[in-house]
Design a protein around this ligand. Structure first.
Ligand SMILES: [Fe+2]
Length: 336
């Protein structure tokens, strides 16, 4: 039996209602009013007020009960994935439910790809999320993968907490087609085609799954490892008020050797675990062949942005029979 349906809910917290207008202003233009670092600190303090209990509980469970929670959730099926320097690549095709995801993906691609959706504005026109809330139940393989013990073990260790699927930005699950044909400004990189570091949550972990073979012509997700990224962040004074959210290649490569760049060009079914809040990255640049990628976004309970005060919250389906761990991942507000 379902406890909650996959629909949107708006936060009715009184604190949010009062604070929402300020939060919106602070968030405008990628937190430019106070600068990203200061806004993140403020948002973290605000979110501690709202989610401090959940955060403490998730961290304590990680410390004391992770192996039991993983076991109750089906246990590990293979050697663990370990993220180092902000990332891990898995080319083994052995993660649970990956084969089901790839099969379901072909149906979604056949049904929805190749057409620019009218709801997409000019912002990131080259990048379309074709996922719908109904897919959560129509294609359970995606949530089964996202909540499998093998995947959650890696993410939990990185977060040092029990993770939650993001309910605002980034969407917890995105099924993305990147296509240069949709791009309103194909002549030069813009928006997320430029280097940036995500500010949603510290840390924020993405799992990216290639749904088709991906080469340079598909506009691969491209990143710098964490150590190099953090050096560049300090050198460029990035996240300070004087700097914009997006950084030009020229600026990045004035402080980073191009040899450090990693392009996520691999066969279908390859999985990348990455801390997008620690690693400079960009993607979907000049996707002259359409790129199909699954993007799963996890955060801790206490984020560093105000999106939970501003945006409607996604609600993921939870069943009574689900394990404790799965319930916690799908329901960020859960408490003992
Ligand atoms: Fe990003």
């Amino acid at each position: 039996m379902r406890v909650n349906p996959p629909e949107h809910a708006t936060s009715n917290c009184k604190l949010d209602s009062f604070f929402r207008p300020f939060a919106k202003r602070l968030h405008e233009n990628h937190m430019s009013r106070l600068g990203i670092a200061s806004t993140m600190r403020l948002a973290y303090s605000y979110n501690r007020l709202k989610f401090g209990r959940q955060d403490d509980w998730r961290r304590a469970l990680y410390q004391t009960q992770l192996s039991t929670l993983l076991e109750e959730n089906g246990g590990l099926s293979r050697p663990p994935v370990e993220m180092r320097d902000g990332w891990a690549l898995d080319t083994t095709m052995s993660l649970p439910h990956l084969d089901r995801i790839l099969e379901d993906s072909e149906k979604i691609i056949a049904e929805r790809s190749g057409e620019r959706r009218s709801s997409t504005g000019t912002y990131r026109s080259y990048f379309q999320d074709v996922w719908t809330p109904a897919d959560l139940e129509k294609h359970p393989s995606f949530l089964d993968f996202a909540t499998s013990s093998d995947v959650l073990s890696a993410v939990s260790h990185y977060l040092q907490s029990i993770p939650a699927l993001s309910t605002t930005l980034p969407s917890g699950i995105r099924f993305v087609e990147s296509n240069a044909v949709f791009d309103d400004q194909p002549e030069k990189p813009h928006d997320s085609q430029l280097y940036h570091i995500d500010y949603y949550s510290l840390p924020n972990v993405y799992i990216l799954v290639l749904l088709r073979d991906t080469t340079i012509e598909h506009g691969p997700w491209t990143f710098l490892p964490r150590g190099v990224s953090q050096k560049a962040r300090r050198a460029l004074n990035y996240w300070n008020r004087q700097r914009g959210y997006r950084v030009s290649d020229e600026d990045i490569y004035s402080v980073v050797d191009r040899k450090e760049v990693i392009e996520f060009c691999y066969p279908r079914g390859t999985v990348l675990f990455i801390e997008s809040s620690g690693c400079f990255h960009y993607g979907s640049r000049n996707s002259i062949k359409p790129r199909f990628q699954l993007m799963i976004g996890y955060t801790g309970a206490c984020r560093t942005d105000f999106t939970e005060a501003i945006l409607p919250h996604k609600v993921y389906p939870v069943a009574d029979a689900d394990s404790r761990l799965r319930k916690m991942v799908l329901n960020k507000n859960m408490l003992e």
